[in-house]
Design a binder for this molecule. Structure first.
Ligand SMILES: Nc1ncnc2c1ncn2[C@@H]1O[C@H](COP(=O)(O)OP(=O)(O)OP(=O)(O)O)[C@@H](O)[C@H]1O
Ligand SMILES: [Mg+2]
Length: 201
């Protein structure tokens, strides 16, 4: 799946492979490298997580940066171009910083969901709201889905849950459908069900 970018230095010309520090031009190979980096990041960030860790905007950006900086120049950098996928328009670049700040301020005011942790339905509902907001924000050039899910897993872990199991939803395309409804209609009910089903203590 390709993005319609106005103009960007991010991709190797004529491909959907991002320019990268290892000069990889093979799509399957770069996916393997990304998967290994993400696995390492899950290990690192979950082992470093404590009840004191502030899951604020800096933390979110750091997840992207520290996970992918050995591979990508754009790790931890918000995009400065508008992006769409299918018929979905993600947050306009000019509003990205304001919207990001708003989302993380809201999360802080909800105490990073600690008030909802004892009620799985409520926790799923609030987490789906924030996941939908981050999907619509789409702040990075690439790897938004994986970093958004990593971030939400850290929220889950900090509140006494395990990382969310999205396997069925992602394999079965329900996750994409839920993303489309979140971005185009601000309707996160499908996302909420996916999260509820994949969430366990
Ligand atoms: N048509 C669409 N409308 C809205 N959101 C979409 C659409 N297709 C994908 N998305 C969302 O965009 C994000 C994917 O963005 P990106 O390619 O930057 O990240 P990724 O980590 O490579 O993706 P993936 O989620 O497939 O692992 C995910 O959050 C996904 O749910
Ligand atoms: Mg991608």
């Amino acid at each position: 799946m390709k993005y319609q970018l106005s103009k960007s230095w991010v991709y190797i010309e004529g491909t959907d492979i991002p320019q990268n520090k290892l000069d990889i031009t093979d799509s399957a190979f770069i996916h393997t490298v990304e998967k290994n980096l993400l696995d390492k990041a899950y290990h690192k960030f979950s082992s470093e997580l404590s009840s004191e860790t502030l899951l604020n905007e800096k933390y979110f950006i750091d997840l992207h940066k520290k996970t992918f900086e050995s591979l990508y120049e754009f790790a931890g950098v918000y995009r400065d171009v508008n992006m769409t996928k299918g018929n979905s328009q993600f947050c306009l670049a000019q509003h990205l910083q304001t919207q990001s700040t708003r989302i993380f301020d809201e999360l802080e005011s909800e105490k990073y969901l600690s008030n909802a942790r004892d009620n799985k339905s409520l926790f799923s509902q609030r987490l789906a709201y924030y996941q939908g907001e981050l999907i619509a924000l789409h702040p990075f050039y690439e790897l938004n889905g994986r970093i958004t899910r990593l971030y939400c897993d850290m929220l889950a872990l900090q509140n006494g849950y395990r990382p969310i199991n999205y396997e069925n939803a992602i394999n079965g395309e329900q996750y994409i459908k839920a993303s489309i409804e979140a971005v185009q209609y601000a309707d996160v009910s499908k996302l909420e069900k996916i999260i509820f089903d994949g969430l366990n203590r």
